[in-house]
Design a protein around this ligand. Structure first.
Ligand code: SF4
Length: 359
């Protein structure tokens, strides 16, 4: 094991990449402290010690109606099922207003594959948000998975759908819906979640249309370490190809109320995984820790390779499955400081905080 750690450490210093085999061995053999130290070295290639950023954001779950039937999801309702909803525009605006009042500037839209919502619904909603809030707010419009469904359902090419959204004022479509990027995982857990190839093609179309995207990952289902590393390998290769991934965010599966169930993954394994991500992903400087699913423990992730975190005020998808929201931002930031970091707000919207409304 010592030889492996020294080989990887020397490789990091020389700018060499960790191989999938080395990553699997590190995962299985490296003690926590050795893995954490390697991640700290890899982090130092991009960030000064003690430097980290955060943002205040909310996910707006505009509809929970979905046909995908992922067995790890406690959020969705089938079309026609009791409890299904679509938010009105006024409800969306009220959520954004509340976010701005708390000092946040980023909303992420995430809903289901709702067959009753045409592409026009999204374009009109996003154009209205851009008109109302201007540069005071930025928003991640949809995930790659929803974007794929919209194009598919609307019988448009990915390029056509991307162009329609871009013309409506969309600048970001996040890499949500990746979960674990292996075909076997997707077949095991969803009746209708697009293939890995389709997912990556959609991400290419988003970038080709001039929008931005991110990479995500969710762990803690039944995936093997080989599947996790395959996900990291695909992500690293995609970044080599496009350079278009602005960040990498990994969170943990919440099992409560889901059809698949299972046990919740604890913070010790999450932190080890964050370290592995930082060591493996040598071409994505921004590695984000998930306060949403790991609460305060996510901030320890700053010691395990992460450099950025969200302070979320809502996400019904994970909350439906057991995630809890902590609005005591001061306490969360104090924890980061106690760990030796100086968190700096990373504003995503262009206008300064408190700028007057556009209309
Ligand atoms: S995870 Fe997303 S795509 Fe899957 S069932 Fe839930 S809402 Fe639908």
């Amino acid at each position: 094991m010592r030889e492996l750690v020294e080989t990887v450490a020397a490789g990091l210093a020389a700018g060499e990449r960790v191989t999938p085999e080395q990553a699997a061995r590190l995962w299985r053999e490296a003690p926590d402290e050795e893995l954490r130290r390697l991640a700290a070295r890899a982090r130092a290639r991009f960030h000064a010690p003690g430097a980290c950023t955060y943002l205040i954001m909310r996910i707006i779950n505009y509809t929970n109606v979905c046909v995908a039937q992922c067995d790890y999801c406690a959020f969705y309702r089938l079309p026609g099922q009791a409890g299904g909803y679509v938010l009105s525009r006024e409800q969306v605006f009220a959520k954004i207003d509340a976010l701005l009042a708390l000092g946040g500037d980023l909303a992420g839209f995430n809903g289901g594959f709702n067959p009753h919502l045409p592409l026009d619904y999204y374009c009109e909603l996003f154009a209205a948000i851009r008109a109302r809030y201007g540069e005071r707010l930025e928003f991640y419009a949809l995930t790659i998975a929803e974007f794929l469904y919209l194009a598919d359902h609307g019988k448009l090419t990915l390029a056509q759908a991307a162009e329609r959204l871009r013309a409506a004022g969309v600048r970001w479509i996040t890499g949500g819906g990746a979960e674990i990027l292996t075909e076997a995982f997707r077949l095991r857990h969803s009746k209708f979640k697009y293939s890995v190839a389709a997912y990556l093609d959609a991400q290419r179309a988003v970038l080709a249309a001039g929008m931005k995207t991110t990479a995500t990952m969710v762990i803690g289902f039944d995936e093997t370490i080989e599947e996790r590393i395959e996900h990291l390998e695909r992500t690293r290769a995609f970044q080599d190809e496009t350079g278009g991934l602005s960040s990498f965010l990994c969170w943990t599966y919440k099992p409560y109320g889901t059809a698949w169930g299972g046990a919740e993954l604890g913070s010790a394994e999450y932190l080890r995984h964050l370290a592995l991500c930082r060591i493996y992903l040598d071409n994505i400087p921004r590695l984000r820790a998930s306060v949403l699913t790991q609460n305060e423990a996510a901030l320890d992730g700053l010691l395990w390779g992460a450099d950025d975190f969200d302070l979320p005020i809502e996400d019904e998808v994970t909350q439906s499955a057991g995630a809890t929201i902590n609005l005591d931002f001061d306490a969360l930031l104090a924890r980061a400081r106690a760990l030796g970091f100086a968190p700096r707000y990373r504003r995503v919207a262009s206008a300064p905080a408190g700028a007057p409304a556009a209309v």
